[in-house]
Ligand binder design. Sequence first.
Ligand SMILES: CC(C)(COP(=O)(O)OP(=O)(O)OC[C@H]1O[C@@H](n2cnc3c(N)ncnc32)[C@H](O)[C@@H]1OP(=O)(O)O)[C@@H](O)C(=O)NCCC(=O)NCCS
Length: 193
Amino acid sequence: VPRTIDDLSWPTRTERLSLRPAEPADADDTWRYRRLPPVYEWSTTAATDQDEYRARFVLPERLAKQLVIELDGRIIGDLMLAVEDPYSQFEMRAQAVGVQAELGWSLDPDYQGKGYGTEAVEELIRICFAELGLRRVIANCFSVHEPSWQLMERVGMRREQHAVREALHRSGAWLDEYGYALLMDEWAARQHG
Ligand SMILES: CC(C)(COP(=O)(O)OP(=O)(O)OC[C@H]1O[C@@H](n2cnc3c(N)ncnc32)[C@H](O)[C@@H]1OP(=O)(O)O)[C@@H](O)C(=O)NCCC(=O)NCCS
């Protein structure tokens, strides 16, 4: 039986940070930075109303893929870990269920520029491969959001896709998207390097 986030023991710690699944009570502490335009500029949803934000945050399907990043007990960011099924041919579907995850991240601007994002995402990737046994992780971002793809490159992900004017930004502009990925065996090889 594949392991899920709920089967792991939390929190998990890195040198400076601690990660754990998000709880409904974290809605207001994440709203503090999620409501800031530079944080939601590239995110799927713009957090502009606290009640709406809270209502969306506590949805079980949303909480199920959300982790928070804590520094000395303070929430400084959050992560998404959304397990998904990669494409497979029909006969192989059972073997492709839940073997991949899409990752995401947001950091409080007060805590950007210090490597906390890199440290948290490295741990997120370790959880995906070493704890959950996934075979591939992916992440997407607008090509203009350089801090996000720089982070992906720092954690060893590979740019595999450059989709031209694929994605519609809330400004009305169709923007280029980058798709990044890392395979479990590539990650494992790096651990011994
Ligand atoms: C994407 C995001 C998390 C990146 O934040 P970040 O602060 O650049 O990333 P890190 O925390 O890894 O910090 C790296 C920076 O700290 C510096 N740094 C300092 N100490 C460091 C350390 N010990 N390790 C690594 N980097 C360190 C790095 O040089 C880098 O700075 P630079 O970009 O000026 O070279 C942030 O921009 C964000 O939250 N954006 C808004 C939300 C969002 O759009 N999310 C993604 C949607 S696709």
